[in-house]
Design a protein around this ligand. Structure first.
Ligand code: NAG
Ligand code: NAG
Ligand code: NAG
Ligand code: NAG
Ligand code: NAG
Ligand code: NAG
Ligand code: NAG
Ligand code: NAG
Ligand code: NAG
Ligand code: NAG
Ligand code: NAG
Length: 867
């Protein structure tokens, strides 16, 4: 009976629970993105659903949910916590986001929690500490953060593997994790952990891989670690650890394979006992402050694949110092050997040609190595990368280099290599980067380089003695896309139009050679080119119009050639142009105003040419960050910082008027201005003899000039609608010189009527001397030639907004209102002001002036109704 009863209870429990598991799975599914798990449907029992595994003993209970790489999106449902029989939860490599539900803490049977490679965020729930069966926890490559709850270390005592690689965990590594006495893997790399490495880990005898690279840990490696004879991998690189490597390290880790101490602040020498770690495959010591000799016994590390000692202060003052290199020939698995940026000096041992053919990368860049490149370097057929750059190596580049058929990158720049470039270089069909600049190489560039079908960068600059013409074949290298730099050599001949085949090239630098002839129009086909430097050559002819097709051009340097002709207007359409250097050529003509359109241009050098006319002031010409136009004898105008003479013939272009405002004193409005000006009589004679020569210059110096075009535009082509008045001497127009300026009045002289232009100059000059609050002052003069070739003279005066006094006294409408009637006090003010002005003209002006036509029509009112 009691047996029966308990069976019944068990059956009931199972059935309710099973409904619970199915419901939980459906709840899990419901939170995933649309269209997920379509195969989870009622036509199939849930224990047979994809990724679901049920218990054999408790048939309706889910023990494993494994949906690795199933493109799941959405969030994790808290209902997962109802799958209380779950032993494996493997949802790695999906697109899950949101937090890890705290309800997972109910999964007391869970052994494997694998959620790597998702987008999970939030913190590690404290409740996970209830998953007391957990042996494996992997949360790599998520966006989890916060601190690791120390309680995990106290309770999850079965954990053997913890992977938290590449998240944003912060705070210290909890010391409690050292309670996990079965721990084999602890991988906390690429987080933001701070503080010291807890000493306690050193007593976990099961520890095999301890990786905390790329955090912000400080202090030393705890001495206890050197008791972990079980360690196979120790990675602490990329922290702020210090201390030295113990001399007997090699006896402490008998089965170690990976030792990564890079980019810390370790000091002292590399202990020779390291040579005893016979299983070592990877030794990363780069980026520390290690000193002294490298132990010559390193070659005993027969399993060694990667040795990186770069960026330390390692030395070799005598032949012994580089013996370790020779010894490494014994490392038959060696793939990477990095020795760059140390203080190694002495000859590169010839024995390097005996390195294993497995060697793929060899760096010894930036040391003090001398001697020559071994003849038989071509033996190292496995090489992908060879960098001997920035040393003192001399001799020739051996012909055998052409046998390195796997070579992708060759760097020999900044040495003293001499002789010819071996034509065998052309056999390096995989070569993508060749840097041989800054040596003493000489002779022609081998045409065989044209066979480098995968070349991406070719730099032969600054050898000074590479001569002959540039082989056409080089220009056919359509893979060449980063840069081609042949600058500062002795290359001659022309630039063939085949240069246009470099359709993928970003930067072409041919500066400092003796290239001659024209710049070929074909260069326009280099449509992605951003930087073109042909400076310091013998190029002649004009600047090609076709450059306009090089829309990406940001820097164009044609300095120091023999280019002639005009600066083509089309340069103004290369919108990306930031720097334009055309100095030291024979360019002539005007500076194209369209250059003002180049809004990102900041560097402009047009100096030492034969340019003439006015330097534009608008657009970029208004900004003097880096501009030069010196050494062009016939340029004038421009912004004052250029210190050019003002333009002597009237400029053809408009210019900024901001400064003119400062010259304004009074305003003029109606046709009366015409009379006002023209009836001024100079009593004290302006002796033409005395002044006619000096005057124009004075006038020019005094007034900023304005062009015919500017007045033509500003008055809408001297339209009727802008006509303010007409008189014997000409007409007065309302004029807007610049969009942002207030209107001015322009008096255009009718030269047939008013006589010689000298009287215009005289008026300019006399009016210039008139400085009084209540007298109109000239803003500027314009003396030019109109499109019909006729002399054109005009005065620019400020506009009086309130018209003439006459208009106020006798309104046209004959209707007196408050708005068009002057008050008594205003009338009084005006009278006083007129007297004041007349007094000035008669008594205080040099020369004295008599106004012969004082009448209301000639008295103009300013904004504040002052006369
Ligand atoms: C999960 O279990 C809780 C309590 O046992 C229950 O209230 C809830 O409905 C369950 N959720 C699902 C989706 O089964
Ligand atoms: C239900 O799932 C099975 C596979 O488990 C699938 O063949 C079937 O097409 C699914 N039915 C529906 C309506 O999606
Ligand atoms: C998770 O599932 C994938 C695919 O089946 C498997 O390769 C991986 O080993 C599993 N992870 C764990 C921890 O079992
Ligand atoms: C987390 O654990 C606490 C204590 O065990 C419990 O009270 C709480 O319900 C748990 N939270 C969830 C969401 O399961
Ligand atoms: C680190 O994780 C992020 C997701 O948080 C991922 O996008 C990135 O590729 C991972 N980085 C590496 C090196 O795996
Ligand atoms: C776990 O470690 C912490 C800190 O190291 C210690 O205080 C605690 O007693 C340990 N707990 C257990 C259960 O070993
Ligand atoms: C590392 O920690 C130091 C202080 O210990 C801090 O100044 C520095 O900003 C941290 N760096 C990063 C990358 O977190
Ligand atoms: C290393 O282990 C030995 C023996 O197990 C022990 O006596 C010694 O204290 C340990 N050293 C450290 C630094 O923990
Ligand atoms: C342009 O060419 C001149 C003359 O060779 C040189 O001095 C200058 O540095 C070059 N400027 C740039 C930006 O290349
Ligand atoms: C320069 O800009 C002006 C106004 O934005 C435009 O009318 C003119 O066409 C431009 N000139 C060139 C050459 O792009
Ligand atoms: C001049 O150019 C510089 C650099 O392009 C810029 O930072 C600065 O604002 C400009 N000044 C004026 C007055 O336009």
């Amino acid at each position: 009976m009691s047996l029966l009863w308990s069976l019944l209870v068990a059956a009931l429990t199972i059935s309710t629970a099973s409904a619970g598991d199915e419901a939980a799975l459906l709840a899990f599914k419901a939170r995933l993105g649309d269209g997920a798990m379509v195969s989870w449907n009622s036509s199939v029992h849930f224990c047979s659903w994809e990724g679901v595994m049920c218990s054999r003993r408790h048939q309706e209970r889910v023990v494993a949910l494994s949906l690795h790489g199933s493109a799941l999106t959405g969030e994790l449902s808290p209902a997962l916590g109802n799958l209380t029989f779950l032993r494996t939860l493997n949802l790695s490599s999906n697109g899950l986001h949101g937090e890890i539900p705290a309800s997972l803490g109910r999964l007391r049977r869970l052994r494997i929690l694998e959620l790597s490679d998702n987008l999970l965020s939030g913190t590690l729930p404290v409740n996970l500490s209830s998953c007391i069966s957990l042996t494996f926890m992997a949360l790599d490559n998520n966006k989890l953060g916060g601190r690791i709850p120390p309680v995990l270390g106290e309770r999850l005592t079965s954990l053997t593997r913890i992977w938290l690689l590449n998240n944003s965990f912060t705070g210290p590594i909890p010391a409690s994790l050292a309670n996990l006495s079965d721990l084999q893997y602890l991988v906390l790399s690429k987080n933001q952990f701070v503080g010291p490495i807890p000493e306690g880990f050193g007593s976990i005898q099961s520890m095999e891989y301890f990786f905390v690279t790329a955090n912000n840990l400080s202090g030393m490696i705890p001495p206890s670690f050197y008791n972990l004879s079980s360690l196979k991998g120790l990675g602490v690189g990329g922290n702020m650890l210090h201390g030295s490597i113990p001399d007997d390290i090699g006896n402490k880790f008998p089965i170690m394979q990976i030792l990564d101490l890079d980019t810390n602040q370790f000091t002292g020498t590399i202990p020779s006992s390291l040579s005893n770690i016979s299983h070592l495959t990877t030794l990363h010591l780069w980026g520390n402050r290690l000193t002294g000799y490298v132990p010559p016994t390193l070659g005993r590390l027969e399993a060694l694949e990667i040795l990186d000692l770069s960026a330390n202060m390692l030395e070799s003052y005598d032949s012994e110092g580089l013996q370790f290199i020779t010894s490494l020939a014994n490392c038959s698995q060696l793939r990477w050997l990095a020795l760059g940026s140390n203080y190694f000096e002495g000859q590169l041992p010839g024995s390097i040609v005996n390195f294993s053919r497995t060697l793929e990368k060899f760096w010894i860049v930036d040391n003090r190595i001398n001697g020559s490149i071994p003849q038989d370097i071509g033996n190292l057929v496995g090489l992908h990368l060879l960098t001997l750059a920035i040393n003192y190596m001399s001799g020739v580049i051996p012909e055998s280099i052409g046998k390195l058929e796997n070579l992708i990158e060759l760097q020999v720049y900044n040495n003293n290599l001499s002789g010819l470039l071996p034509s065998s270089l052309g056999n390096l069909s995989h070569l993508s980067r060749l840097y041989a600049d800054s040596n003493n190489l000489e002779g022609p560039i081998p045409a065989s380089l044209g066979k480098l079908k995968n070349i991406f960068v070719l730099d032969l600059a600054k050898n000074y003695r590479l001569n002959g013409s540039i082989p056409k074949d080089i220009f056919e290298l359509s893979s060449l896309s980063w840069y081609l730099d042949l600058s500062y050599n002795a290359l001659s001949g022309t630039l063939p139009s085949e240069v246009g085949s470099l359709t993928n090239l970003n930067t072409l630098t041919l500066s400092g050679n003796q290239l001659s002839g024209k710049i070929p129009e074909g260069i326009q086909n280099c449509i992605v080119m951003e930087w073109l430097s042909l400076d310091n050559n013998l190029f002649e002819g004009s600047i090609p119009q076709s450059l306009k097709n090089m829309k990406r051009l940001t820097v164009l340097n044609l300095t120091m050639n023999k280019l002639s002709g005009n600066i083509p207007d089309v340069l103004g359409s290369i919108r990306n142009l930031q720097e334009l250097y055309l100095a030291h050529n024979n360019l002539s003509g005007l500076i194209p105003t369209v250059l003002m359109n180049l809004t990102v241009l900041w560097g402009l050098d047009l100096s030492y040419n034969d340019l003439l006319g006015e330097v534009p002031k608008g657009g970029v010409f208004g900004n003097l960050t880096s501009k030069s136009v010196t050494g062009n004898k016939q340029l004038c105008g421009g912004i004052p910082q250029l210190h050019l003479v003002p333009c002597s013939t009237d400029p053809v272009r408009g210019s900024k008027t901001h400064k003119w405002k400062g010259l304004l004193i009074s305003l003029a409005a109606t046709g009366a201005i015409l009379l006002l000006i023209s009836v001024i009589v100079i009593i004290w004679k302006l002796k033409k003899r005395q002044k006619s020569q000096a005057q124009p210059i004075t006038t020019e110096e005094q007034f900023p000039r304005v062009s015919y075009q500017a007045l033509f535009r500003g008055t809408s082509e001297f339209s009727e609608s802008n006509l303010l008045g007409k008189g014997r001497y000409g007409a007065v127009y309302r004029c807007i010189l610049h969009d942002d300026d207030s209107p001015v009045a322009v008096k255009v002289f009718d030269l047939q009527q008013s006589g010689s232009s000298k009287s215009f100059e005289a008026e300019c000059e006399s009016l210039r001397r008139v400085r009084h609050r209540y007298l109109i002052k000239i803003i500027t003069c314009c003396s030019s030639i109109d499109p019909q070739g006729q002399d054109f003279k005009a005065l620019v005066l400020d506009l009086m907004p309130n018209g003439s006094l006459d208009g106020w006294l006798h309104p046209k409408e004959n209707m007196y209102t408050l708005n068009n009637t002057l008050s008594l006090s205003q009338r009084l003010d005006i009278a006083v002001q007129v007297v004041d002005a007349l007094d000035y003209l008669h008594n205080h002006c040099q020369p004295p002036i008599v106004h012969c036509d004082v009448k209301p029509g000639n008295i103009l009112l300013g904004e504040d109704m002052s006369a």
